[in-house]
Design a protein around this ligand. Structure first.
Ligand code: DX5
Ligand code: ZN
Length: 214
């Protein structure tokens, strides 16, 4: 089944709590929370206190995407703040395998992400430790960019490898996902689609979520 994870980066931050409840009501499977530190990416978004506050208002699955340097420094605190799935970047840490183990040991689903120029094969040694892999389909840092089509080849490579090994690992795509390219992402092997602008900026969010899923 295809799952939709709307990214609040495109929501109205002044009404963030209501925005999360709204996409939950409109059929989202989870909510994607983009944490940016101004170091791993040039943008700064929000962090622990915001996630902690949202956790009190919603029971939806929190899909937390850390775009921060040395994510091992904060993994435990993001889990305590309410992350159900915790994703960090392969490029941001020296010891990805240890961090994946740490996240699972601390009760969250463990996920690792690669930027558009990072080959899929770097993740092969870690697939057994992953609940999900995230293939960035744009350069991380900003919402509203266009999907880079070549990144879908990496989605295919990862899905093939996961199937070859008989693993149960979700493959997520993030960046520029809209109804017109969702089908290509799903055919390439993605089963969780992140969508910021195409959900939050839509006049009919329920229809937007359904359009992505079909
Ligand atoms: C980009 C973020 C994405 C972003 C997606 O760095 O990781 O989650 O919010 O937004 P759209 O769907 O608008 O490209
Ligand atoms: Zn993201």
């Amino acid at each position: 089944m295809i799952k939709i994870s709307p990214s609040v980066l495109a929501s109205d931050f002044a009404r963030l709590g209501e925005e999360v409840l709204d996409i939950e009501k409109n059929g989202a499977d989870m909510v994607h929370l983009d944490v940016m530190d101004g170091m791993f990416v040039t943008n700064i978004s929000f962090g622990l206190p915001v996630i902690e506050a949202l956790r009190k208002t919603s029971n939806i699955i929190f899909d937390v995407h850390l775009m921060i340097e040395a994510p091992e420094r904060y993994a435990k605190r993001f889990i305590e703040a309410g992350a159900d799935i915790l994703t960090f970047h392969y490029e941001a840490t020296e010891k990805p395998g240890e961090l994946l183990d740490f996240i699972r040991d601390n009760g969250a689903k463990a996920a690792i992400s690669i930027k558009p120029n990072t080959p899929a094969s770097v993740l092969f040694p870690y697939l057994e430790k992953c609940d999900m892999v995230l293939v960035m389909t744009v350069e991380p840092g900003y919402g509203g960019q266009a999907l880079i089509p070549e990144t879908l080849l990496k989605v295919r490579e990862l899905r093939d490898e996961i199937e070859k090994r008989g693993l149960n690992v979700d493959v997520q795509v993030d960046g520029g996902i809209k109804p017109e390219n969702a089908k290509a992402a799903i055919s390439a092997g993605a089963n969780i689609l992140v969508a910021g602008s195409s959900v939050f900026k839509a006049n009919d969010r329920k229809a937007a979520i359904n359009a992505l899923r079909s």
